[in-house]
Design a protein around this ligand. Structure first.
Ligand SMILES: N[C@H](CCC[C@H](N)C(=O)O)C(=O)O
Length: 290
C-alpha cells in the first residue's frame, strides 16, 4: 500500500490566515512546492501557507515542518501555521508542551486551551545580514527604503526584523492613507530584499497595543500574519514605541506577543479554527512514492 494512503489534508485558519496542514510523517519524504500546489488544486483549496509535516530531524521533536506559501516559495516561519500544526499534534497527545522543527529552528508549542495555543517563535534576528538586506545597514530600526515620489515619499525608513523570515514594518498614523495592495508587492520585490520580504503597516494604539496590516511575501494581503505580529512588536519595542509585550490587532483578530528579556525569545499566543479534513490523493505524489 502506498505510504500516502489514508492521509488527510486539514484545512484550518489562524485569525483568517488560510492554512493547510499535511502530515507526511513516515512517508519517507516531504512535499515539494509543485506537489503542495497540486494538493491544493486537486481539492480546489485556497491557502496562504501549506504546512507539510515530515519526520523529525532531532530528538524530542514531533515533526519537521516545511512551510510553503501560496506562490510555492518556502518560508522559514509561519506563526499562525505553527499554531494550526500544534492543534493537529495535540489532538492525539495528552502533553501540554511539544516541539516542532522549522527552517527557523526548534519551536516549543504549548496548549493554552482547546482552541488557543502559544508558540515560542525564536529570538529575532536584527543584523542586516540576517534579514537579509542587500547592502550593509547599521541601523535596522530605520533602513534606507521609501515608497512614493523621491522628493516626497509616501512611506520611508521602515524597521526590519527576521523571525526566520524577512519583515519590513512601517509605523504610520493613519492606515487609510496607504493602499497596501499597491505598496506591498512593490516593496516585497525591492532589490534591498534579496529574499523578498513581508511588508507591514503598523499603528501604535498604546504602549501595549499595535494595529497591523500585512502584505505577505508569496501570499499577498492576508487576514493575519503571526510572524509579522512578532516582528512588529520587536520593532516597536526597539524604537521605544511600546514595551516588550503587546496585543497585536490584525484584520482577522488579536495575537498576544511578548519579547522576553531573559532569553530574547518572542512568544506568540492566539486562537486556531478547524474547518475540515479531506483525503489526500496519493496520485499527486506518483513520482516521489515510486
Ligand atoms: N502567515 C505566516 C507568515 C508567513 C510568512 C510568509 N509569507 C513568508 O515569510 O514568506 C505567519 O502567520 O507567520
Amino acid at each position: 500500500m502506498s505510504p500516502l494512503a489514508n492521509r488527510l489534508v486539514t484545512k484550518m485558519n489562524g485569525l483568517g490566515n488560510e492554512i493547510l496542514v499535511v502530515d507526511l510523517r513516515g512517508a519517507g519524504f516531504g512535499v515539494s512546492a509543485p506537489e503542495a500546489r497540486a494538493i491544493a488544486r486537486s481539492k480546489g483549496l485556497a491557502f496562504d501557507q501549506l504546512m507539510a509535516l515530515s519526520d523529525p530531524r532531532s530528538e524530542g521533536a514531533e515533526a519537521y515542518v516545511t512551510i510553503l506559501n501560496a506562490d510555492g516559495s518556502e518560508a522559514g516561519a509561519c506563526g499562525n501555521g505553527a499554531r494550526c500544526v500544534a492543534w493537529t499534534l495535540f489532538r492525539d497527545d495528552a502533553r501540554d508542551e511539544i516541539f516542532i522543527e522549522t527552517a527557523a529552528g526548534r519551536l516549543a508549542c504549548r496548549r493554552l486551551g482547546e482552541w488557543r495555543f502559544e508558540v515560542e517563535m525564536g529570538a529575532p534576528r536584527l543584523a542586516w545580514t540576517d534579514i537579509p538586506l542587500a547592502k550593509p545597514t547599521e541601523d535596522t530600526t530605520a533602513i534606507d527604503l521609501a515608497f512614493g515620489p523621491s522628493g516626497a515619499p509616501l512611506l520611508q525608513k521602515p524597521a526590519v526584523v527576521s523571525m526566520g523570515n524577512p519583515h519590513a514594518i512601517f509605523f504610520v498614523e493613519d492606515f487609510d492613507a496607504y493602499d497596501l495592495a499597491v505598496i506591498g508587492p512593490a516593496l516585497e520585490h525591492d532589490p534591498i530584499f534579496p529574499e523578498r520580504a513581508n511588508i507591514s503597516l503598523a499603528r501604535i494604539v498604546s504602549r501595549d497595543h499595535i494595529e497591523l496590516k500585512v502584505w505577505e511575501r508569496g501570499a499577498g494581503l492576508t487576514r493575519a500574519c503571526g510572524s509579522a505580529a512578532c516582528a512588529a512588536l520587536v520593532a516597536a519595542a526597539r524604537k521605544n514605541l511600546t514595551g516588550r509585550r503587546a496585543t497585536v490587532s490584525l484584520p482577522g483578530g488579536d495575537l498576544d506577543i511578548v519579547w522576553r528579556e531573559s532569553d530574547d525569545m518572542v512568544v506568540m499566543a492566539g486562537p486556531v479554527e478547524f474547518e475540515f479534513e479531506t483525503e489526500l490523493d496519493p496520485g499527486l505524489f506518483a513520482d516521489a512514492a515510486a
